[in-house]
Write a protein that binds this ligand. Sequence first.
Ligand code: AMP
Length: 170
Amino acid sequence: MDLKDHIRDIPDFPKPGILFRDITPLLANPTAMQYSIDVFAERVAEYRPDYIVGIESRGFMFGVPLAYKLGVGFAPVRKPGKLPAAVHSASYALEYGNDTLELHQDAFPADSRVLIVDDLIATGGTAAATAELIEKTGCTVAGFGFLIELAGLEGRAKLPAAPVTVLLQY
Ligand code: AMP
């Protein structure tokens, strides 16, 4: 199956000049959704994660079914002020200004192996900040999994050394 058939390109969203890769057609098609989760799970199983973190909010849509398939726990990485208990925070640079992500301090036992999942890697800033959060919990980044990589932006170069799986590239 060519998963690109189920990704919709929306020009100039959320702002002029951005070509938004919309995953909602893939999620709406049961065959494409099951296939993408099955292939994703096969590829990341070898990283032997104890937990998966999904990055708000499209990372949740892939992270939870992957955790279910691999039989491991899940924790959300969220925008500031959303998580109710004590958090670790990590900030990263955007084109204009900064953004911050948070993770519960007690999300996993120390020394766990954690797989980071998001729908898409662009510049890599979001995933790199998430890796920083995992390190603050005293855990190890077991790997990264993305449905889509915008390869021209070289986001992988920002990530700490750990294996990366992507299902499709633009
Ligand atoms: P980055 O930190 O630059 O790697 O951006 C990754 C985050 O922004 C992910 O959570 C994506 O969902 C979102 N994102 C960035 N660029 C796009 C794009 N062209 N289409 C869809 N989502 C994007």
